[in-house]
Design a protein around this ligand. Sequence first.
Ligand code: ATP
Length: 331
Amino acid sequence: MITVSAARKSYGDFLALDDVSLQIPDGSLTALLGPSGSGKSTLLRSIAGLEQLDAGTVTIMGRDVTRVAPQRRDIGFVFQHYAAFKHMTVRDNVAFGLKIRKRPKPEIARKVDDLLEIVGLGGFQHRYPAQLSGGQRQRMALARALAVDPQVLLLDEPFGALDAKVRGDLRAWLRRLHNEVKVTTVLVTHDQEEALDVADRIAVLNQGRIEQVGDPEELYDRPANDFVMSFLGSVSRLGDDLVRPHDIRLDRDQQRLAADSGPAGSARVVAARVERVVRLGFEVRVELEDAGTGQRFVAQVTRGASDQLRLEPGDTVYAQATRPSTLAAVS
Ligand SMILES: Nc1ncnc2c1ncn2[C@@H]1O[C@H](COP(=O)(O)OP(=O)(O)OP(=O)(O)O)[C@@H](O)[C@H]1O
């Protein structure tokens, strides 16, 4: 378990961490998620010992490391832009930490072979970093960080510099790696999709504070506040409710919508004007304007539902939240 208690960190008069407490369970893959400047990296770097806290403590597996140097914290760290040793082969880069720890040669060879296999770089051991793609280089970075068997793996936007396709592949790969190696991992990301996809726990940060901690489903289904809800996906205001685009039903018949309201119960039916209909593969995004308030909102419906409704810009439809937010609406 990693425990951060009452952590504070200022840069000049800017408070980057404001009384942050967080527990990270053994073997979990926890994402620190938040907008730019929310303090994610500062928190990760404080766990690593690359930043000194002004107040508060960090313990790793019961050991208070608040004043312990980074190299004695038993952690592996991977940054967005990984500084590989350019003059060393992939193999030597991965072996580096083991060599400086003067481990026996056969042990190093075995370990490095295993790791290169795990990260899918088995055939690349004699290449130099410049001969690898961005995604391969980050996998090499992970192998290097894992080589010394750290208790904790800390990843600061490790896929941040890569294109969307490669990021997606690496996410799936990180998930598999974590299932195999099970080292307690903390991942900083500003990408909610990445956090929801890869992490088993998410801590949402905002302005140096933790807004909520939970598993992805919990955060998505029961966000603690408006900030968490909007940060985990786009939301619109429908009447008095904050609603996700998928949680809005549309019908041309107001009565039918009201009668067949199912679990939504008494959620209000709103008359709206269709502004735009955008086809996105299997789904259709309908941009609407509340006829009463003039407020814009977005509904995302299936292709089938959309074909049935034959929506055209200028049409009037009725909209209802199928899962209105339990949050108090803010004005
Ligand atoms: N060394 C520093 N000196 C001064 N201010 C800093 C320093 N490091 C971070 N900050 C400030 O502290 C705040 C939090 O930074 P941090 O890097 O932790 O945010 P973040 O959530 O990781 O954001 P990003 O996703 O942009 O990296 C930011 O406003 C940043 O400008």
